[in-house]
Design a protein around this ligand. Sequence first.
Ligand SMILES: NC(=O)c1ccc[n+]([C@@H]2O[C@H](COP(=O)([O-])OP(=O)(O)OC[C@H]3O[C@@H](n4cnc5c(N)ncnc54)[C@H](OP(=O)(O)O)[C@@H]3O)[C@@H](O)[C@H]2O)c1
Length: 285
Amino acid sequence: MAFSAFRDYFAADKMEHLLTGNKFGPNEDIPDLSENVYVVTGGTAGIGFGITAHLLQHGAARIILLSQKQEHADEAKRELEKYENTGKVEWRQIDLKDLSQTDRIAKQLAEEQKIDGLICNAGEGFGKYNETTDGIDSHFQINHLSQFHLVRMLLPALQRTTGSRLVLMSSDLHRACPSSTAFDTQVLFVRAIVHRMENNEPGFQSNKQMGPWVNATHPGGVNTDQQDQAVEAYGKPAKVGVAVVRPLLKDPLDDGCRSALFAATSNAVPREKIQGQYVSRARSS
Ligand SMILES: NC(=O)c1ccc[n+]([C@@H]2O[C@H](COP(=O)([O-])OP(=O)(O)OC[C@H]3O[C@@H](n4cnc5c(N)ncnc54)[C@H](OP(=O)(O)O)[C@@H]3O)[C@@H](O)[C@H]2O)c1
């Protein structure tokens, strides 16, 4: 994708944000979560760290973080001390590039008595084509396939938890693609799950009053390690591009986590039956 598409996209995103006023406040609009258990993929860095910090701030009973690097998990735990008792936060190492390891962790988590929210946020942003040991494009395996497997495995736990949420982090960046690319995998996945639940298909039967409430979200253009990945992958042109774009990007803790937290916690979701939707502009609850 040409750099100009990225630049225009991020500029438009910032402008739209300024014009529409994204009002769901992670500090003030999240309800009490003291009974709730969450699983957050990629919850140790960037937007995922923002999500974790606010879940903890609002008293979540337990938060299980799934990510790859021990040093990021340690750093996140240190930073989370500012919010609440980090004894409630548990880290499990997972490499989403490895299907059998992902399956092992998914099977462990499937034993949980209840899961109030599964937030599939982990993802690579930019990178050159690379295949995993499973022989699959790494970007596709990390961002989509492995997390779709987690979802399938944890769906029963979500279904037995009243009011539970399933949130798939997506990206509006697909809008910068040619108009013939009229899809986004997470959005289609969310719709497919809801369709199956509504039709009571085997394995998807759900009591509509219980949940899960299933939605995809877009965080906006957010200042995280993803921009560094672009520089690593594409060198000097990306370095110049990132230098131009970075000042326009949102802060992951104040802002980039809003839409996912809205989908994962807001009482407006069950009240307004927000189901199978693409939440790209979280608004006030
Ligand atoms: N930043 C943006 O502007 C933007 C825009 C649209 C959508 N998004 C989406 O938002 C999500 C979060 O992005 P971010 O900007 O916060 O990125 P980030 O700061 O790079 O964080 C990515 C997270 O994903 C985890 N992760 C990456 N590869 C993994 C693997 N193989 N196995 C397990 N965990 C892995 C990382 O864990 P480790 O640190 O341990 O590797 C980290 O916790 C992504 O899905 C991204 O595509 C971001």
